[in-house]
Design a protein around this ligand. Structure first.
Ligand code: GDP
Length: 300
């Protein structure tokens, strides 16, 4: 995140949302806790979670008889790390028990699914995995074309049908194409929100069809969220969680925002790990998420 903060050109935004200047050497007052809560809310942590974090910190300060804000920093860091690591579970790597794993990238249009599919394909290919991309956003012809271009650039095969085709069939074909040798299918899916119900049905069908070949352990639905979306991201996550059980999050466009709060809010609410963060439009701009360095960078 530090790198990302450094990329953020607006210095004011860095100071506004980072928590560097909060844990200063001054004596603890009510204003300190109010300021911390304001910063957390402004950074998209969410009102409820911000209140409960500040309440917990206040109780600790009283019980441990701490009088300087700077002495609370380490405890606050460990509170955040504990919260994140509960959701992080086995960490940020994609593990599958069978020979074929399916990564389903879901999320609203524009969140970065197609780009992330290519970035992830490149990353996993570099790790030596056999990867195939499935163009399951059959609703938008442009998404199919875009994935083909990205796939070519990454040197990864793309399984696609004509626009308007059956997205579950595309994913099915991709699984069949890799079954003999084993590997990972990364599926880009549709994200139109205006026909929300049909979209959720379409996603459920992809999941059901994949279950014909794969065990639930080998299917990894990941929600791709634009980090700028803020609190609205939670509502999106809940809607998509109804279509299939989310196993992870990827937050994109971290190069455009200094707010890290969405990560705290979503992991605490959904209890699923953040696997990667997108930090640019290029093929290489995807980084594995580490909760320790995230918290350290956030607190400065
Ligand atoms: P989709 O509709 O969910 O498939 O979204 P796309 O993959 O088409 O991405 C939408 C836009 O967001 C494109 O212009 C991407 O280049 C851009 N984008 C995706 N990820 C990132 C990121 O991490 N950082 C930045 N700056 N832009 C991104």
């Amino acid at each position: 995140l530090k790198k990302v903060f450094d990329k953020v050109k607006d210095v004011k935004a860095r100071w506004e949302y980072g928590l560097w200047n909060i844990f200063s050497d001054e004596p603890i007052t009510d204003q300190f806790f109010e300021r911390l809560e304001e910063h957390l809310i402004a950074g998209d942590v969410g009102v409820g979670l911000s209140e409960s974090l500040v309440k917990g910190l206040r109780e600790f300060a009283i019980s441990a008889k701490i009088s300087r804000a700077s002495d609370l920093r380490a405890h606050f860091a460990s509170m955040l790390k504990d919260m994140l690591s509960q959701a992080q579970g086995s960490g940020s790597s994609l593990k599958f028990s069978g020979p074929v794993g399916l990564v389903l990238l879901i999320g609203v249009n524009g969140s970065g699914k197609t780009t992330t599919a290519a970035k992830l394909a490149r990353l996993l290919k570099e790790e030596g995995r056999n990867v195939v991309l499935a163009a399951a956003d059959t609703f938008r012809a442009a998404a199919i074309d875009q994935l083909k271009v990205w796939g070519k650039r990454a040197g990864v095969r793309v399984i696609a049908q004509e626009p308007g085709g059956d997205s579950a069939a595309v994913v099915y074909d991709a699984i069949q194409s890799i079954k003999a040798v084993g590997g990972i299918v990364i599926a880009d899916t549709a994200g139109r929100l205006h026909t929300k119900h049909n979209l959720m049905e379409e996603l459920s069908k992809i999941y059901r069809v994949a279950l014909k070949d794969l065990s639930p352990d080998d299917i990894c639905p990941i929600l791709v969220v634009d980090a700028i979306t803020g609190q609205n991201a939670l509502a999106q996550a809940k809607a998509f969680n109804g279509a299939m059980p989310l196993k992870g999050l990827i937050l994109t466009k971290f190069d455009h925002t200094a707010k890290g709060g969405t990560i705290l809010a979503m992991t605490s609410e959904l209890n699923v790990p953040v696997l990667y963060v997108g930090v640019g439009e290029g093929m290489e701009d995807l980084e594995p998420f580490s909760c320790d360095s995230f918290v350290e960078d956030l607190l400065g």
